[in-house]
Design a protein around this ligand. Structure first.
Ligand code: GAL
Length: 669
């Protein structure tokens, strides 16, 4: 298994390099990622290339048996380029050109920038494409991150218009689809169509969604351009990947992944001014998204946080135990390699307060010892653990386009797509059901339960799959605001939940958006949630059962007594509809019952204790991860004897795990 660090040889005197390499070997790492911000060194002036610094660094690693992943440096176009070719700069929605001075200051739609990118990538590929120590490539760095996903300049607009021509063929079709008759927006020439810069009110939602699709495709094309250049020269043995972030960007990772050998992800459970890490379920969500991006293929964590991070504001100091915990969590969910960010904190530049395994003084201390222990432990598992199957019973649907549609029209000031996704993902996570995050292209038959959170923007193919799956015996959980829009972001003319009304056995004839401070109440009236009261926030669908039975009802306002949660038997299957943003206190018991009825294996653990299984039943690995920073917790191990391969100790029955403890146990035959 590869475990490594992100290293920046250009930020340190060469006299320090050999000491760094010596310490890396002592730590046990076997790979470094380098060079992703090194353009001004590689091409100090237009057309003049100088790779001497990286040649030397790579030789040093090669000599010491450390493999290298090379980043292409296109996230940081150099100052000379920006001064001579300012047309490469992106433009924000207010029409303001983004300045040189940080990173990601380019638009993928600039033909000038595309040419420069091709050349530098080509030069790098020629130089290192056959180097035995170079095992692979990372294109650019975090495409679209830090608001660089959308650009609204003149060249962007021209490319957007070209893209629309390809999509719609005729202006009549575009006008009809978008409904441009509204507010006199009928276009008679392609050149009239704007990029959605600032307006007094709000743009046409269909235009906005198409703009996001266009931005995502433009990034895909740009990435493909780099991949094509690399492939002209690199050895077959070298891989090509990209380090994604999953923050609702106008980026379609799944589409881009088709051009990559595998994908990578940058895992920062806490960053900048956050007072504490995001919830463990939220970290798990990102790993699941990542594994789902290339349909279950393993992935790398190309940046795994190892120290406090932040620019002008320094964030949370990871506690003793966190590094192993987050590493184990990543591997438990499918990561095949871990690269820690970063080897050592820089002494200068915007990121001088992004700490690494080493701090500014370069001395090995607590974090070094912790990573060393993780690496020693990983040696005991060999590749058995990372190669073991990951087999999910529960699928949770995610479509970036649905996310964009919600960003365009959140409909309630309380709505946040990630929070609402988590609302309907976490109850499955909380009982340690094994989850996949899927998109419209996956088959559903292998899952026992399919959860479809806030399915606002629908896709005809997926809706049909859901109906067939439910009728054939599957269990589906639908939520409020399902079936509202077609794929062009236009509202359906059917009674809600539109195409899903029949399998849900309900009609939604009225609904209400709740703003901050507005709360309704929902009370369970049947089954596991009977007698449970919950706040209902964000949104209330007033559900009229047709063939469905009522599981919970509203208790306030004029719709007190109206159904809020229902269950419908359809064909051989079951469809639940949760009509409001109810609390975990209601969703957890509901999910427990749904999962039990569907035959999904779950494990009861205390809050913040995560358990995950990989491998064949009977010889599986079970990770136990206690995310609680303050308290140890106990729970009942699943039946049988479980061995810690590191210490050889065998456990059964009640198991205690210390605060921030993490352990991997193997089932004894
Ligand atoms: C990542 C980025 C790195 C570095 C890091 C700081 O998002 O890829 O280059 O900026 O954040 O924590």
């Amino acid at each position: 298994m590869y475990i490594g660090v992100d290293y920046y040889p250009e930020q340190w005197p060469k006299t320090r390099w050999s000491e760094d390499v010596r310490m890396m070997k002592e730590l046990g790492i076997n790979v470094v990622r380098i060079a992703e911000f090194g353009w001004s060194l590689m091409e100090p002036e237009e057309g003049t290339y100088d790779f001497s610094l990286y040649d030397e660094a790579i030789e040093l690693f090669a000599k010491n048996g450390i493999d290298v992943v090379l980043g292409t440096p296109t996230a940081t176009p150099p100052a000379w380029m920006v001064r001579r070719y300012p047309d490469i700069l992106p433009v924000d929605e207010n029409g303001i050109t983004i300045s040189f001075g940080a990173r990601r200051h380019y638009t993928v739609n600039s033909t000038t920038y595309q040419e420069f990118s091709k050349k530098i990538v080509n030069e790098m590929a020629k130089r290192y494409g056959q180097h035995p120590a170079v095992i692979g490539w990372q294109t650019d760095n975090e495409y679209g991150h830090e608001k660089s996903d959308r650009s609204y300049g003149d060249e962007d607009r021209a490319r957007f218009q070209d893209w629309l021509k390809e999509q719609y063929g005729t202006l009549e079709k575009l006008n009809e689809t978008w409904g441009t008759v509204f507010w006199s927006q009928t276009y008679t020439e392609w050149e009239q169509i704007p990029v959605p810069r600032k307006v007094y009110q709000e743009h046409n939602p269909s235009l906005l969604l198409d703009f996001d699709r266009f931005c995502a495709e433009a990034y895909n094309r740009y990435n493909r351009l780099q991949v094509d250049e690399l492939k002209k020269h690199i050895d077959e043995r070298q891989f090509i990947t990209h380090n994604f972030v999953y923050t609702g960007l106008a980026l379609n990772q799944k589409e881009m992944a088709k051009d990559l050998d595998f994908i990578s992800f940058d895992n920062y459970p806490v960053w900048g001014g956050l007072p504490e890490p995001i919830t463990p379920g939220n970290i798990a969500r990102q790993h699941d998204l990542c594994r789902g991006t290339k349909s279950g293929k393993g992935y790398w964590v190309m940046e795994e946080l190892s120290g406090a991070q932040g620019w002008s504001r320094i964030g949370y100091l990871p506690r003793p135990g966190h590094l192993q915990l987050w590493t184990y969590q990543a591997i438990s969910r499918g990561a095949e390699a871990i690269v820690y960010f970063r080897w050592r904190a820089a002494r200068f530049g915007t990121e001088e307060f992004c700490h690494g395994i080493l701090d500014h003084d370069g001395k090995p201390k607590r974090k070094f010892d912790e990573v060393k222990k993780v690496i020693e432990n990983m040696k005991v598992f060999g590749d058995d653990w990372i190669a073991a199957d990951y087999k999910a019973d529960v699928a949770v649907y995610h479509d970036p386009e649905n996310d964009w549609a919600w960003q365009i029209q959140p409909q309630s000031e309380m709505f946040n797509y990630v929070n609402e996704f988590l609302r309907f993902y976490e109850p499955a996570y909380a009982v340690n059901a094994i989850t996949d995050i899927i998109s419209e292209v996956e088959e559903l038959n292998s899952y026992k339960v399919v959860v479809v959170p806030v399915y606002f923007l629908t896709k005809p193919g997926f809706t049909d799959k859901l109906k067939a799956y439910a009728n054939a015996g599957g269990t589906v959980i639908l939520t409020y605001r399902s079936g509202v829009k077609d794929e062009h972001n236009v509202v359906t003319d059917q009674t809600l939940p539109g195409d899903l009304a029949e399998i849900a056995g309900i009609e939604v004839n009225e609904y209400e958006s709740l703003q901050s401070g507005q709360v309704n109440q929902v009370e369970g009236v049947q089954g596991a949630i009977e007698g449970i009261m919950s706040d209902a926030t964000v949104w209330c669908d007033l559900v009229d059962p047709v063939t469905a039975e009522v599981l919970a009802e509203y208790r306030n306002t004029f719709y007190s007594g109206q159904a809020a949660i229902t269950r419908n038997r359809t064909g051989k299957g079951t469809v639940y509809y949760v009509g409001s943003a109810v609390e975990p206190a209601m969703l957890r018991p509901l999910y427990k019952e749904v999962l039990a009825d569907a035959g999904v294996a779950t494990v009861e653990t205390p809050e913040n204790v995560e358990v995950l299984f990989r491998g064949e039943s009977g010889s599986e690995f079970m990770s136990v991860l206690n995310h609680d920073t303050d308290a140890a917790h106990s729970f009942e191990l699943p039946e049988g004897k479980w061995q810690d391969p590191v210490t050889g100790e065998v456990y059964e029955g009640t198991f205690e795990i210390g605060s921030l403890g993490s352990i991997v146990l193997k089932k004894q035959q």
